[in-house]
Design a protein around this ligand. Structure first.
Ligand code: ADP
Length: 189
């Protein structure tokens, strides 16, 4: 059983690797970005509130994602383990998660920092934007999201380091090489 958190700049490959691992370990891949994009598409109340923040490359308010995660982690499939991709993204979210996990008697096994340089992810995301049409994958918005990551999310690296949960994997390699390194870094959890 594994409970894993993925950290890394936008475009580091968190979603791709989380999906591969979730399939091999038979645990759900929980991506707050995917949940929010689905809500935007369906025009739910959550989606309508989130859309403007997402299009501008800003984080949606903590309260919205916190409620989402509280519900999602208590669904039956998440009792066996999970991979969180895109959450937590602020210290407030990380502190909330720590308390929630205590309340529901769970613990995170590892936090993976998928490390890739900015110029490389900018290239990757500009390409993804052309293919997927994601409205936040334009160069100016990508640069803004990287800055938001530096300001709000990067402090989580020391947060998880201090809890002895952090492992770092080089994300600037072939997909298979990253998966192999990830499996080694996570180890038998
Ligand atoms: P990326 O890692 O490429 O930025 P995501 O799919 O993880 O893509 O996130 C897309 C957008 O969804 C973010 O820019 C943000 O607006 C919103 N979002 C996703 N997760 C969170 C979160 N935990 N807190 C606040 N906003 C979030």
């Amino acid at each position: 059983m594994s409970r894993l958190i993925f950290l890394g700049v936008p475009g580091a490959g968190k979603g791709t690797q989380a999906l591969i691992l979730s399939e091999s370990q038979c645990i759900p891949h929980i991506s707050t970005g995917d949940i929010l994009r689905a809500a935007v598409k369906k025009q739910t109340a959550l989606g309508l509130q989130a859309k403007g923040f997402m299009d501008a490359g800003n984080l949606v308010p903590d309260s919205l994602v916190i409620d989402m995660i509280r519900e999602r982690l208590q669904e039956p499939d998440a009792l066996k383990g999970w991979i969180l991709d895109g959450f937590p993204r602020t210290l407030e979210q990380a502190e909330f998660l720590e308390k929630l996990l205590q309340e529901i008697n769970q613990a995170c096994d590892r936090t993976v920092n998928l490390d890739v340089e900015d110029e490389i992810v900018i290239k990757r995301l500009v390409e993804r934007g052309k293919e997927s049409g994601r409205s936040d994958d334009t160069e100016a918005t990508i640069r803004h999201r990287l800055q938001v990551y530096r300001d709000l999310t990067e402090p989580l690296i020391s947060f998880y380091q201090s809890r002895k949960l952090l492992v770092t994997v080089n994300g600037d390699q072939s997909m298979d090489a990253v998966t192999a390194d990830l499996k080694t870094a996570i180890g038998p959890v």
